[in-house]
Ligand binder design. Structure first.
Ligand code: ZN
Ligand code: ZN
Ligand code: ZN
Ligand code: ZN
Length: 331
């Protein structure tokens, strides 16, 4: 981002002036203490209505001292007070005040309150600032200089500073710096807003991704569930069919045996001894082969009892333990 070079090389005077203003920006209390608008009437301190904002018309301070309330028509920044037409004339002619800077009350009222608040007198001594101490970077009145800065040695007369300072240049520099600042703020705002918008867009994408992942997992779970169900059905069907076939075979053998037993009854009643003898020989063979068959059935692994069981994949059982979260949000 473009840094204001002007800011860096901003005239020393303008920087100094700003610092000076800061330093001279005394606390509200101290300003009040020395403000000429605080006047003593019959031993009590009362605050004059001149304290009000610049927008209301201040009364003439000099007349106010004599308990006469008259509206001001001019404002003297050096006396820091308003004057009525009569007092204005006196102020204009008097030796001590004839060079004072004055403005009409309407111009004074147009001034921003920040400017009106700047007092041009030292708060401690109520004297006008005349000196700038470079060491302490502060404004001094004559008394300040003598009392606190006599050792400082590095002074400028304010009158000299004002003569050599071109305010229009200083203002130009300040205005350019402000324009650069405002530009930079705009750029940063744009970058941040862009960031916000990207958040919203990315959030939408991530939500989509999470949903897609979920769909994929669901699809996969559905598939493996279907697989295991099919496998279960197939297994049970195959084994049941096998057992049913065996049952069918056993049923056949059973009815054969029943037939033999019926035949025995008939033979006992109706057959000759020879017939009985021949048939019994055949029957013995039959019984023996059926006996072998049954024995083979009993021995056969195919006829062993089977149990149907199921073993869950350990990964499936641990799914909740192993998958603690869906993912991670990273910034
Ligand atoms: Zn007056
Ligand atoms: Zn004056
Ligand atoms: Zn002073
Ligand atoms: Zn000093």
């Amino acid at each position: 981002m473009k840094q204001s070079k002007r800011k860096a090389k901003s005239t020393k005077t303008s920087i100094e002036r700003r610092k000076v203003n800061k330093k001279s920006d005394q606390s509200e209390e101290s300003r009040h203490r020395v403000n000429p608008h605080i006047i003593t009437v019959t031993g009590e301190v009362r605050y004059s209505c001149l304290f009000t904002m610049a927008s209301s018309t201040p009364v003439c301070s000099i007349c106010d001292l004599r308990n006469i309330t008259k509206p001001s028509i001019i404002w003297c920044f050096e006396c820091d007070e308003g004057l009525c037409p009569e007092c204005k004339d006196h102020h204009r002619l008097s030796k001590g005040t004839r060079n004072h800077n004055t403005v009409t009350i309407s111009e004074y009222q147009k001034l921003p309150s920040e400017i009106v608040k700047i007092t041009q007198n030292c708060a401690k001594h109520s004297e006008k600032f005349t000196i700038y101490c470079k060491k302490h970077e502060c404004l001094c009145c004559g008394s300040c200089t003598v009392e606190n800065h006599i050792e400082c040695r590095d002074f400028d007369k304010l009158a000299d500073i004002f003569q050599t300072t071109t305010f229009s240049n200083a203002f130009y520099e300040i205005e350019q710096s402000l324009a650069d600042l405002s530009n930079n703020i705009q750029k940063i705002q744009n970058v941040r807003k862009d960031n916000l918008m990207r958040f919203a867009e990315k959030k939408r994408q991530i939500e989509q991704e999470i949903k897609q992942t979920r769909i994929a997992i669901n699809t996969h779970l559905d598939k493996i569930q279907d697989d295991i169900m099919n496998k279960l059905n197939e297994t049970v069907e195959k084994e049941s069919k096998f057992i049913n076939e065996q049952l069918e075979l056993l049923k056949e053998k059973g009815s054969e045996i029943t037939d033999y037993r019926k035949t025995i009854e008939n033979i006992k009643q109706h057959a000759t001894d020879l017939q009985t003898f021949i048939w019994m020989k055949e029957l013995e063979n039959e019984i023996s082969s059926n006996d072998e068959f049954l024995q083979s059935v009993i021995d056969s692994t195919n006829f062993k009892d089977c149990e149907l069981s199921y073993k869950t994949n350990a990964a499936m059982q641990n799914i909740a333990n192993q998958m603690k979260n869906f993912g991670e949000v990273i910034i």
